[in-house]
Design a binder for this molecule. Sequence first.
Ligand code: WTA
Length: 620
Amino acid sequence: MIKRGELYYPTEEFKKNAWVSDPKIYKEAAKDPVKFWEKLAKDLFWFKLWKKGFIHKPPNFQWFAGGKINITANIFEKDWVVKKDKIALIWEPESLNEKSKVFTYQELFKEVCKCANHLKGLGVKKGDRVGIYLPMIPEVVIAMLACARIGAVHSVVFSAFSPNALKVRLQDTGAKVLITADSYYRRGQLINLFKNVEESIKGTKVKKLIVVERSNKAPWHKEDDFCKAVFMDSEDLQFILYTSGSTGKPKGCMHACGGYSVQAYWTGRYIFDFHEDDVFWCTSDPGWITGHTYTIYSPLMNGIATLMFEGVPDFPTPDRWAQIIEKYGVTVFYTAPTAIRMFEKYGEDIIKKYQFKKLRLLGTVGEPIDESAWLWYYKNVGKEKCPIVDTWWQTETGGILLTSLPGLGPFKPAFTGLPFPGVKTEIRDGQNGKHGNLVILPPFAPSLLRGIYHNPEKYLETYWSQYGKKVYFTSDGAIMDEHGLIRVIGRVDDVIKVAGHRISTGEMEAAVNDHPEISECAVVGIPDKIKGEVPVTFVIYKGARPVEEIKREVIAQIQKGIGPIALPKEIYLVEDLPKTRSGKIMRRILRKLFTGEELGDLSTLANPESVDKIKKLIYG
Ligand code: WTA
């Protein structure tokens, strides 16, 4: 029987073949983390080795300075003879009537080179930013790797983001080339992606568009199929990926070539325990960091097969995901708690017929997993034999920083576990270091972001101010149990995780406030049984138009500013929002109206009566 609060360990069989099964690694790494990472880094293919492992000039730092590397040379050239005929990428289309596509390393390499040559032909050079707005089709992998091959900096924008969201990101990167597609399938419907694009590129520097036709040959199919890898400095930009922060504007997280490559490679090997015959399925869209690192870079650097599925896990039937695991013999499966809770809701009967014989390891990411979902996952998907790695990390960290290692454990439902060897964390401001804010101490991790694009002030303010310039502030709250295992509870800022997607309530408010008749609004995240959290919106509206009409317009504002992932569960039109005497909206109180927590002392508010009115509106 499996229970809450208990510790679990890997089976002897799992341990036997695991890359890490001796806890000594933690001690060794802690003794000299820089030396530890340098030892790991040597396993990669460098054109030239680095001079110094870690250089710290707070808040800035460098890893493997002076080294020359190319991440694609670590995917293709490294161990080429062993890899070339192995499967690199499996693509499963959404429609059951369409054929899947499989690429060996050699086939993928040719595609990447063709695309790289195409980009070169358009004048793209090392250091140039290239926008990528592609759905989950093989070309997204090819395009990203092609950029990396020639040292161009990709900036991928999630394909469900709105034209406006795309525009803002393109403007910030100053990309001159955008790679996009005509369409893709979602829940049986052909979605026209290109119609978003024309609108988005107005007012940006984009001069050239590369448009992939989903059902046709790639635009680069006639190019030469060899392209040399450009030598990248370890600290050169690998890519920029935008993420949401507390304030309105998304932040362009800058990742460096050397450190990112090392972290992507080794976290895959140690945490997902990649072995040569593995088939890895990370369900994340490449538009998010999880897709960057674990759908693409990490498994490919490790020479295994990575699976990408165009659609959603429960379409056309609730067991589509289970069918895919069986069809391809997936061995390691990595998804978000929201997906697990969705499978759980559909009921055990649906998956009873699946044995998942090949599955040997499970992972979760993106939001806190509750004990019940953890136990369900362990029992029904892992059949009580697969370890679960609950991996904590962020767009900013580039790769996983916290999790129990699969060959060691212990695994405790709802706890992510220990910091990865060579990573030092602390919990600050709480009782006895057991409950408070999660921070990361020097030497951080090779893949931690090097900056926010064009915005060093924001970089300093967001990550290196709360506890000084030498301590990275994660913006997450965490607790530690008596075994030193860490549980990440959630964000302490205005970021919410909706179905694992990172959304800024500030960004949503900015979108709503753009409405000419809305003077003020507040967005808060409230608990949701499936999605973890969902946004609700409070809008001050004093006009006379019908409520439903205004609500529809609020939805349109968010749709336009961000996209469908940020749509609120509920919109309340109110006369007033609870505020402090200095005029700050008390979002915490609004949130508590839904969680049932004590509201606390309201007498310090400038307008305590507003709370009762809102309560009536919600509960009648
Ligand atoms: C949350 C996703 C609890 C956390 C890789 C973090 C988690 C934010 C976990 C980053 C986890 C991620 N347990 N919370 N295992 N993993 N988070 O940038 O709040 O999309 O700060 O990166 O997700 O989200 P992001």
